[in-house]
Design a protein around this ligand. Structure first.
Ligand SMILES: NC(=O)c1ccc[n+]([C@@H]2O[C@H](COP(=O)([O-])OP(=O)(O)OC[C@H]3O[C@@H](n4cnc5c(N)ncnc54)[C@H](OP(=O)(O)O)[C@@H]3O)[C@@H](O)[C@H]2O)c1
Length: 374
């Protein structure tokens, strides 16, 4: 009996430790009112993205849910309007696996939305599922699509500065390794998928780092955020059916809720005073050190150049300087009241928005970046 009680006590103690170190997420603070500001959250129809969008809507932002499924995106927009009491939550179609779709989204967004204050790259995949693409689908969805989207939306972010880009990465980046000779090779089998996921999350951290360097002095800052281990569909949807009833209760016990997972991305989007930490990696609402591979400036720049190529941004496609109209003042609520739900057309898949600059020419590069103390 005593042994049983001791065992139960130890189990409870272990769970309390897991709960406070892993499951419980510190709440984000930050700007309380986002009235008059516009945010885009990719993959906002489920999991962390949906909870991120909900909090932004609760604080009064106009929130664009950039999702690949119209049905799931519209349903999420409806839920979020109901839950937040904010009618300015809308769906726009974006499939990050398709560069044409990314361009169509950007064209539609730039022609209909005068502001962009917060861009959250949340969408991500951990597996290729049943698709067999002739390229690295994990890198495409988790990094190349977001890279292109940032590039195309940058003029609007700049005119609305101070503005922010948040890239939802993962602690898995610590296992990542970028092989530049085979970045875009198709991924086959679960072992390659696990590696490709970690690599794509390392790409997220390096992207945020290089983007911060490129954007110094523009008022646009960016951050890589790790949401923590979250009970979402990211991995669970790929678990074999027979294992699911075992894993789901366990996941519920030891993983964060999506709302908890949203806190660090929200912190990066909303916390005042973190601008000097632009380009850094955050977890549990704190800046965190990253391994040498994730703070290698040469690798970050090399990835930038490779990403430009993979995103179809050749030197000949550099665009003209930003000539965007001045955005409305963020203090003034948006003049549009009806949600826009038109799916962008994909009839001109390779049209580059008129005022999309080459990020590599925005500001001068700083070769050596010293890590400021958190
Ligand atoms: N869950 C974790 O433990 C964990 C840990 C570290 C980092 N993260 C990161 O957190 C982010 C959100 O993941 P989650 O856990 O919330 O997973 P999730 O519930 O599976 O959400 C992923 C979202 O991405 C969307 N998406 C997938 N492929 C897309 C594409 N081609 N184009 C546009 N959207 C696409 C999904 O849309 P559909 O519904 O249409 O599939 C879904 O809305 C990911 O970047 C992930 O890497 C998660």
């Amino acid at each position: 009996m005593e042994a049983l009680l001791l065992g139960a006590g130890l189990l409870l103690g272990a769970y309390v430790l897991v709960y406070y170190n892993l499951v419980k997420a510190p709440p984000c603070g930050g700007i309380a009112s986002l009235r008059g500001r516009t945010a885009v959250v990719t993959g906002a129809n489920s999991g962390i993205g949906k909870m991120t969008a909900l909090e932004l809507a609760r604080r009064g932002a106009r929130v664009v849910l950039a999702c690949r499924s119209r049905e799931r995106g519209e349903a999420a927009a409806f839920d979020l309007r109901q839950e937040s009491g904010n009618n300015e939550v809308i769906f726009m179609a974006l499939d990050l696996a398709s560069l044409a779709s990314v361009r169509a989204f950007a064209t539609a967004f730039l022609s209909s939305e005068p502001r962009l204050d917060i861009l959250i790259h949340n969408a991500g995949i951990s597996s290729c599922g049943r698709t067999h693409e002739p390229f690295n689908l994990l890198l495409r969805v988790n990094h190349i699509g977001p890279f292109l989207l940032t590039h195309l939306l940058l003029p609007r972010l700049k005119t609305c500065a101070p503005s922010r880009v948040v890239v939802v990465s993962s602690a898995a980046h610590r296992r990542g390794h970028l092989d530049f000779t085979r970045l875009d090779r198709p991924v086959v089998g679960w072992q390659q998928e696990l590696r490709a996921y970690a690599d794509s999350k390392l790409a997220n951290v390096l992207f945020a780092r290089e983007l911060a360097t490129q954007l110094e002095g523009t008022g646009v800052t960016c951050y890589a955020a790790h949401p923590g281990p979250v009970n979402s569909e990211l991995f669970l949807r790929h678990v074999p059916g027979w294992l699911s009833p075992l894993l789901r209760p366990l996941a519920w016990l030891v993983l964060r809720t999506p709302r908890g997972g949203a806190q660090t991305p929200l912190y990066c989007a909303l916390q005042e005073g973190i601008e000097p930490l632009s380009g850094r990696y955050f977890a549990n609402c704190h800046v965190e050190e990253v391994p040498p591979a994730a703070r290698d400036d040469r690798a970050a720049h090399r990835l930038w150049e490779a990403s430009k190529r993979l995103a179809g941004l050749g030197p000949g496609q550099d665009a003209e300087p930003d000539e965007d109209p001045q955005p409305e003042d963020p203090g003034t609520p948006s003049s549009r009241s009806s949600p826009l739900s038109e799916e962008p057309t994909v009839s001109e898949p390779h049209a580059i928005p008129h005022n999309s600059p080459d990020l590599s020419k925005v500001t001068h590069r700083i070769q050596v970046k010293t890590e400021p103390e958190p």
